[in-house]
Design a protein around this ligand. Sequence first.
Ligand code: MG
Length: 248
Amino acid sequence: MPPTRSAPDAHPLQFDGILVDLFGTLIPMGHQEARLRNLEEMGRILDLNPATFTTQWLDCGYDRFRGRLGSLERTVERLALAQGVRPNSTAIHRALEVRLGLTRGLLARTGPSLPALDALRAAGLRLGLVSDTSEETVRLWPATPLSSRFDVAVFSWVEGTCKPDPRMYRKALEGLGLPPAKCAYVGDGGSRELSGAEAVGLSAFMYRYPVEEEGALSRLDEDTGWTGTKLTDLRELLRFAPSPPDGS
Ligand SMILES: [Mg+2]
């Protein structure tokens, strides 16, 4: 049975756009052990202590997300120098191919996301991505099947700040040319993104990538106190679209 609008309602909720999170929402968070093994392999390629490199990389997560360590190449070089090693460009390139391979694999695991995004677009909704991420995603994004579904993509690495900073949401709203009252925000709840979205006037919904494996990476800075509407399918947002499906 299709979703129904509550009626009578003088001001039914209706959106012209949706801002969407990436990790844990459109793609999996990824397996924690696989991520650790990937970092250790990078450390070995760079002739570093792999365990120390892994700790260094994880400890500077929010600095990497905000672009504070520069490019991926510069980030790897900085961490190596902290271990007293100056890697050559070939080793850096090889290590980054390992890292980019991991991210590329996650970005390919779109599961149910592509048909859902297509349905939202077909109903007249404009889509904006708002992602806290380091440079890997920024580099790989244009070649993903996700990118063509979005009218705008806002990345923390580019903006120099992370959610829930209002600037992240406002940049995406500007890109869509829409006010917050005409947009929904949907995400898995990391980075306190849902309460952050509501603070700028967006209607927030929680949705989590549905086929996450056991042992997945934990969400950073989770929106634990948030008690809004949880979706089990992104297409539940169709009820708020300019052209809602028949029967709504
Ligand atoms: Mg997320």
